[in-house]
Design a protein around this ligand. Structure first.
Ligand SMILES: [Zn+2]
Length: 791
């Protein structure tokens, strides 16, 4: 009888799950039927009220596997999320001679590209990216905007759009030649250039060609460019130079050529390669760039060499290489002499440099694994005192945090350059904002904005500079993952340098914690796109590509997977795809493969939809336990000519106030339930009987889910003696009923309060239904919602 009894119970639970939306009477009816059929041993098809039948529907189950959305794994990319046995990537090596004309703000370059075709395909042409063309007068960037009159326009943009004399930006391509010096036919389509070869480039073959070019450097402070120059009050310029040379596009197994146009928003997709770059600038400039400086002895004075030797041994604070006084002294002149800085960078996907006579330069060493890495800062006096106090410290701290979360930083240095209003990343070097007032004072907002942007941009060395995802297509793969690790690194910074963040006890992170994404996710659906949307086509770019994916990963780490499983899987992804080109599926698959956690439901709702989380307590019912058969079961048995002896010992749960409820049940205990006692005597060994709990209170808690996203239910039960108990029901609790589920709580103490998601870790957009008994005040969110509705 024991086995039978268990089967019957399991079936009851199953049936109950399927009937939560029905009223209680129907539910009881249905349960009774099951019991009767089972006890009678009949195989009659289960009776169902016709009104309960639903017409067929397509499978919209939120737990449906992601086979329709995911591309089929193949020999290039394996089902486990790792590179497959035939994985390949192209290589683009550059040798470049660059010259800066500081006076006229022009940049001249001659580059030789050696392109290696590691793909199995014969290539008829090559695609080269001309990103500077986004500033050309023929650019279509402005033409695709349909937002009408803006309240204000950048003056430069205004002149360009309405006065017919805009900035003459864009590459002036002077020649494209093969290795024998013969001109190659090429076609420029906006920001892309197709170079045609005399014959196909076969698998395994190399093609060498050169491009000669120049362009007018934009003033980035008035022209919202990712690179360019800033003019300081004394007339000197600070140049932060990137996207400055024609760069090879990515060719791979998922896109063919990634030649989607650059409209100014979606960033870049670039192959790895080795770079030899000679940069000629006025002799009084201080310069730093991607790669190893090959002619340091030629460039550095003796004093600088000595300071550099000290910096390499300084692990706790930066050593100044060029002081503020020296930078200010240099700023008074304008050398007509030139100096050529020679660099070599291996296995990088891009190149950037910063140069000015007004730069201060400091650095310190940081141990990463068994290697020393130099943490470096370059900034004008305008950045002080903030920059000398925090920049290099933030760089060093970032390298330590990110290395722990991913892999040891493989390059020999990481540079943070201060450029007004900039926040932009390149291999080993990045531009960052954060400038004090003219009198040197600064707000908390400026300080933390500066430290956070440095952590973020230095962090981009990992995503996408080393874990080289396609930024043109998937903004979230670098910005989202990076913003997630940035949050971890910010918290580390606060922990490692408490003096630097005093009087705050915790680093005031802007993104990461779940409750910070609630306003966005609960907002207007018409102005939202799934994360899995090309960045150019999203609405709220920062929330969509940075905040929401970062928060999603934080929820996975803290709430769904736990730190151990998450961190191992995240590290596995980073290490598998370090110096390679991952796709979204490679990330999704690895996170599941390395953890044994099925996350299809999470990717589906968080990354492929714009739904939100909203879970609450709908109802709490009190039950009493009795051995007394209820009326309905009696009627059923009579109708079928069954006798009471046909049933196994059943324990009846009777809801307070229902038809079968009697006042005497309130005072009864489990000892009074004869069917239960009978069962225990027959089935529980005497020695174990003393250990049985004797709950006095039985509740059915109905949780509701008005939001689309399934999430674990984190329920905190408070009992009459003030103690609390927290139970987390995994998200799979929603797999069969998407709108409400019930749990029976058997307890020795009375429940006085239930709170769902008490620490606000699931991004629940409406917490007014999170408490039972209902809280009196509707809370700020509802006021906000009313306001939005009224708009
Ligand atoms: Zn970023």
């Amino acid at each position: 009888m024991t086995n039978f009894f268990e089967t019957a119970l399991r079936t009851l639970i199953l049936e109950k799950n399927n009937h939560y939306n029905k009223d209680t009477m129907k539910l009881i009816k249905c349960l009774s039927f099951v019991v009767l059929f089972l006890s009678a041993g009949t195989m009659v098809a289960q009776e169902k009220d016709t009104e309960e039948r639903k017409p067929g529907h397509t499978n919209n189950n939120r737990f449906k596997q992601l086979y329709e959305e995911f591309s089929t794994p193949n020999t290039y990319r394996s089902a486990n999320g790792a590179p497959g046995p035939d994985y390949y990537q192209q290589q683009a090596d550059y040798v470049m001679d660059i010259e800066l004309d500081d006076k006229n703000a022009k940049l001249y370059g001659y580059e030789t590209i050696t392109y290696t075709n590691n793909s199995p395909d014969a290539l008829e042409y090559l695609w080269v990216q001309l990103d500077q063309n986004v500033r050309a007068q023929t650019s279509k960037s402005k033409l695709i905007e349909g937002s009408g009159a803006n309240p204000a326009e950048m003056a430069g943009s205004f002149v360009g759009q309405y006065m017919g004399a805009g900035f003459d930006g864009g590459f002036k391509i002077q020649e494209v030649k093969n290795s024998r010096g013969a001109s190659l036919p090429y076609t420029i389509n906006q920001t892309m250039m197709r170079v045609e070869m005399a014959k196909d480039l076969m698998p395994g073959a190399q093609f060498v060609f050169s491009v000669k070019w120049w362009y007018n450097i934009p003033e980035h402070t008035i022209d919202r460019a990712r690179s360019g120059f800033e003019t300081f009050d004394d007339g000197n310029r600070g140049f932060v130079i990137a996207q400055f040379f024609p760069r090879m596009a990515v060719y791979n197994d998922v896109e063919g050529w990634q030649n989607s146009q650059f409209f100014g928003r979606d960033e870049f997709a670039l192959p790895f390669g080795d770079y030899e770059v000679n940069i000629t600038v006025p002799a009084d400039h201080t310069l730093d760039a991607t790669g190893k400086l090959l002619n340091r002895k030629e460039i550095f004075s003796k004093t600088m060499m000595n300071r550099y030797a000290q910096a390499k041994k300084s692990y706790d604070k930066p050593v100044i290489i060029v002081t503020q006084a020296e930078a200010e002294e240099a700023s008074k002149g304008f050398s007509t002499q030139k100096k050529t800085w020679k660099f070599r960078a291996e296995n990088v996907r891009d190149y950037g440099f910063a140069t000015s006579r007004r730069y201060i330069w400091d650095m310190m060493a940081v141990k990463i694994g068994d290697k020393d890495v130099m943490a470096v800062s370059v900034y004008p006096p305008e950045g002080n005192p903030l920059w000398e106090d925090y920049s290099t410290l933030a760089v060093a701290s970032t390298l330590k945090s990110y290395s722990r979360m991913t892999f040891d930083y493989p390059y020999h240095k990481a540079i943070s350059v201060h450029a007004k209003n900039q926040g932009m990343e390149y291999p080993m070097i990045c531009w960052n904002y954060g400038r004090p007032e003219k009198d040197g004072s600064y707000s908390e907002r400026t300080k933390y904005g500066m430290i956070s942007v440095i952590i973020h941009e230095v962090g981009h060395n990992y995503f996408p500079m080393i874990v080289n995802s396609d930024e043109r297509q998937w903004t979230w793969m670098d910005e989202g993952l990076n913003t997630f690790v940035q949050y971890v690194a910010e918290q580390d910074f606060g922990e490692w340098y408490p003096d630097a963040i005093a009087p705050n006890k915790e680093y005031p992170s802007r993104r990461g914690p779940a409750n910070k994404i609630v306003n966005y996710m609960g907002g207007d659906q018409d102005e939202m796109a799934p994360i899995m949307t090309k960045g150019l086509n999203t609405y709220s770019f920062g929330n969509n590509a940075y905040g929401k994916p970062a928060t999603g990963l934080n929820i996975l780490r803290e709430t769904i997977m736990g730190r151990d499983l998450f961190d191992y899987s995240f590290r596995t992804y980073a290490q598998r795809w370090m110096f390679k080109h991952p796709t979204p599926e490679d990330f999704f698959r690895t996170m599941e493969d390395a953890s044994a956690v099925d996350l299809d439901w999470f990717w589906r709702s968080w990354f492929y939809s714009t739904e939100y989380t909203d879970i609450g307590v709908k109802e709490v019912k009190k039950f009493y336990v009795t051995s007394k058969m209820n009326k309905e079961v009696k009627e059923m048995m009579a109708a079928r000519g069954m006798k009471e002896e046909d049933l196994p010992p059943l324990v009846y749960l009777v809801e307070e106030g229902s038809e079968d409820f009697e006042e005497s049940m309130r005072t009864s205990t489990l000892k009074d339930v004869s069917t239960l006692q009978e069962y225990i005597m027959d089935n529980v060994p005497a020695a174990e009987r003393a250990n049985l709990k004797e709950p006095k209170f039985f509740y059915e808690v109905i949780f509701e889910k008005p939001g689309g996203i399934p999430m674990p239910i984190i329920a905190e039960y408070t009992y009459s003696d003030g103690t609390t108990e927290r139970v987390t029901y995994p998200a799979q609790i929603w797999r069969k009923n998407d709108t409400s589920v019930g749990k029976v709580i058997a307890s020795e103490k009375e429940i006085t309060k239930i709170m769902v998601d008490p620490d606000e870790e699931t991004a629940d957009i409406d917490t007014s239904n999170n408490a039972w008994p209902k809280r009196k005040k509707l809370g700020e969110f509802n006021k906000f919602k009313e306001k939005v509705k009224g708009k």
